[in-house]
Write a protein that binds this ligand. Structure first.
Ligand code: BTN
Length: 237
């Protein structure tokens, strides 16, 4: 496994997207700081200097029909890696890792495509590792490995562990042997809870009911069951 470490990059995802042709399958790009870290849904991912920031390039082994499953597969692999340290860690569909609804890890998956053909996929992972206190604005919604465990952890071992588990899991996914649906249900933060979500530009409410084999979430509203494939989901407290 090749891991290249930088001191500063704009974004590990953007770096891979610019250079993917000369990078290897499952090559990892990691950095200590990002100046333009990207989050899901066009948001920014703030760099507090205490996070693990890395991206993995997947060039082969990825079938079009598996792309929608990838967010939960990546979330499962990270959950498996961190759960021994943080027993209250849960997966918040589609791919956040939370402890008591405070975010510990975010995942941004981007595909590199042209003419409707996917050439490669970039899996970007940000884990709050050693942050001791968060700014007031995100104090109630963010947590870190250190805050949850009072320990530090070797970041390069974590990267190696997550990346090799993902490589293995993609093989299982291609053989239809992946356990990611049952795993995501077992450790789901949302299932059975009242949530709000956006569908066709409308804010809707319902109970998160199930996760389908394709990775989509089923939500029961007052009069129908709706399948959501992506987007933002909030817990109603
Ligand atoms: C989210 O929760 O919105 C996803 C956040 C993903 C952040 C990581 S940090 C490493 C990689 N590079 C980026 O620019 N973003 C991802």
């Amino acid at each position: 496994m090749k891991i290249t470490q930088f001191e500063v990059l704009d974004s590990t995802n953007s770096y891979i997207k610019r250079n993917y042709e000369k990078l290897d399958h499952f090559e990892v790009i990691s950095t200590n700081h990002q100046t333009e870290g990207k989050g899901r849904l066009g948001r920014i991912w703030l760099d507090d200097g205490d996070s693990l920031l890395f991206s993995i390039l997947i060039k082969n082994d990825i079938k079009m029909e598996n792309i929608s499953q990838l967010p939960l597969v990546v979330a499962m692999v990270i959950h498996e890696t961190l759960y021994p340290y943080i027993p209250d860690l849960l997966i918040k569909w589609p791919n956040d890792l939370v402890v008591h609804d405070k975010k510990l890890c975010g995942i941004l998956i981007e595909s590199i495509s042209s003419h409707q053909e996917i050439h490669a996929v970039v899996v970007g992972i940000g884990i709050n590792l050693s942050t001791q206190s968060f700014p007031e604005s995100i104090k109630e919604t963010a947590t870190s490995f250190f805050l949850e465990t009072n320990q530090s952890i070797c970041s390069s071992l974590l990267i190696k562990d997550i990346t090799s588990k993902l490589e293995q899991e993609l093989k299982y996914l291609n053989q239809n042997k992946s356990q990611f649906v049952s795993y995501s249900k077992k450790y789901s933060f949302l299932l059975g809870k009242k949530i709000s979500f956006i569908k066709d530009s409308k804010i809707m409410h319902g109970i998160a009911q199930d996760i389908k084999a394709n990775g989509n979430l089923l939500v029961k509203t007052s009069h129908e069951v709706i399948e959501i494939s992506t987007g933002e989901v909030h817990l109603i407290k």
